[in-house]
Design a protein around this ligand. Structure first.
Ligand code: ADP
Ligand code: ADP
Ligand code: MG
Length: 457
């Protein structure tokens, strides 16, 4: 039964993105919003909109009973969770299904298994996918010390329920591990309601490369090639590319095939991402986690494959088998996405909510701007600072970087500080142009003062 009415349980640019995909399929849309979001673009674009609670996310976008009741009352037959918020919450997926609606994502059991980073490591190992050396399961402080002794320092203490770059700490030696483990547990408990910890060896200067997959829920899956997401600050991605440059063909194939094997092993349904760390010097890759949802950086994959991943999610959720076969999925050219946040990159990325005084968006071949802005829009201070994503597609990586630089120079978002100067400086940097970077590259680059007031002017 194809979806007729879709409830969008999210906000910002991803809500707009989901509405566009739904409209392309002739699906009616009902947009959730908090009291602070009554004026957001998705509310204007959707067929209907329903308030799900006050500004604080805990009382609105994260309030499961409120969101499920709103969807049900609106007569929705499906709910798309977007990313963040309740997207990887198994209780939410179950509540949606118990209320007789379709959850646009994997089954609740799959979220439980793959959203828990420890359980996901075990599933990866069982499917024959290499994982980062580390603990076999959740560990106590004592077990952490003995595992660390075995795998060698430095080690990473990670929260089983962590996400968004949070809940990760590095210990250089036993004393630091003994000191940080209880702290990490308390923080994970407070942030994720789950104090479970596990340990991984720190891979030195790896690249973050991830594979997009689509599954039909009955054991068939395909991959849509990989993305390169190594430019990170505080373990959050800031600039993403597809495909990953300079990856040996055999390695690329192994990474993609392993992702498909894992997705098939867990009967994955919908769109998902298998994240790896890649040690370029050793040409080795290691599974780190699976994201059981659409990702912020999905557009770069759409640009190189020509697929509409969100529409595919909706079609699979509506009961279709995989809309594409592996040999229909091709990779053309090179795509780059940069995350434009309402932050001042020259002031330690301080959030800069405010009023969009003016807006001028460049248009042209190979350009796409996924956003939720309009002139006069007042950005509320309560949520993530992502304003939008500029995405470019060109025949080669060099041409894509050039196009990104030109496009960002022409983009005007008046009245706000944004991370555009950071991306312009990155696009001009010889290291970025040479592809000579890894996940630990950007922070020292920023600390060294590579981004200056001249760039921002
Ligand atoms: P992606 O690879 O898609 O960027 P992230 O793990 O960075 O995945 O999360 C996507 C977005 O979801 C982030 O930009 C952030 O806004 C949000 N997010 C993820 N985890 C959390 C969390 N635990 N709490 C609040 N927001 C989160
Ligand atoms: P999250 O759920 O917050 O996205 P991940 O496990 O995906 O957490 O890790 C986020 C980032 O942290 C990775 O992209 C990488 O930069 C870094 N990281 C994670 N695990 C390791 C590791 N074992 N060694 C080195 N860096 C790591
Ligand atoms: Mg991750």
């Amino acid at each position: 039964m194809a979806i007729e009415t879709l409830f969008i349980a999210n906000r910002g640019e991803i809500a707009v993105r989901i509405i566009r995909a739904a409209q392309s399929l002739g699906i009616k849309t009902v947009q959730a919003y908090s009291e602070a979001d009554a004026e957001m673009l998705a509310v204007r674009l959707a067929d209907e909109a329903v308030c799900v609670g006050p500004a604080p996310a805990a009382k609105s976008y994260l309030n499961i009973p409120s969101v499920v009741a709103a969807a049900k009352d609106a007569g929705a037959d499906a709910v798309h969770p977007g990313y963040g918020f309740l997207a990887e919450n198994a209780d939410f997926a179950r509540a949606v299904e118990d209320a007789g609606m379709i959850f646009v994502g994997p089954k609740a059991e799959t979220i439980e298994r793959m959203g828990d980073k420890v359980a996901a490591r075990i599933a990866a190992k069982e499917a024959g996918v290499p994982t980062v050396p580390g603990s076999d399961g959740r560990i106590t402080a004592d077990e952490a010390l003995s595992v660390a002794e075995e795998i060698g320092y430095p080690v990473m203490i990670k929260a089983a329920a962590g996400g968004g770059g949070r809940g990760i700490r590095i210990a250089q030696d036993a004393a630091e591990l003994a000191r940080l483990a209880p702290q990490a547990r308390a923080e994970a408990e407070a942030a994720f309601g789950d104090g479970g910890l596990y340990l991984e060896k720190v891979i030195v200067n790896p690249r973050h490369i991830e594979v997009q997959i689509l599954g039909d829920g009955t054991g068939a899956a395909v991959h849509c090639y990989e993305r390169e997401c190594s430019l990170q600050r505080r373990r959050q991605k800031v600039w993403e590319e597809a495909p990953a440059f300079g990856l040996p063909d055999a390695t690329r194939e192994a990474m993609c095939n392993a992702a498909v094997a894992l997705a098939e092993a867990v009967n994955y349904r919908g769109a998902g991402t298998i994240e790896y760390l890649y040690d370029a010097a050793a040409d080795e890759f290691y599974f780190i986690e699976m994201n059981t949802r659409i990702q912020v950086e999905h557009p770069v994959t759409e640009m190189i494959t020509g697929l509409d991943l969100v529409a595919m999610m909706l079609r699979i959720a509506g009961g279709e088998t995989l809309p594409v076969t592996q040999d229909q999925i091709t990779c053309t050219g090179h795509a780059i996405e940069v995350r434009l946040n309402a932050e001042d990159p020259l002031m330690q990325f301080m959030p800069f909510p405010g009023n969009v005084a003016s807006l001028s968006i460049p248009e042209g071949e190979g350009l796409r701007f996924d956003h939720f802005l309009y002139e006069g829009y007042q950005i509320p201070p309560f949520y993530d600072s992502l304003l939008g994503k500029m995405i470019v597609h060109a025949p080669t990586r060099e041409a894509a970087i050039d196009l990104m630089a030109e496009t960002l120079k022409d983009l005007e978002i008046g009245g706000l500080k944004t991370t555009t100067p950071l991306h312009l400086a990155l696009a001009a940097d010889p290291g970025v142009r040479a592809g000579d970077f890894h996940t630990q590259w950007l922070e020292p680059w920023l600390d060294a003062g590579n981004l200056t007031a001249t760039d921002a002017a």
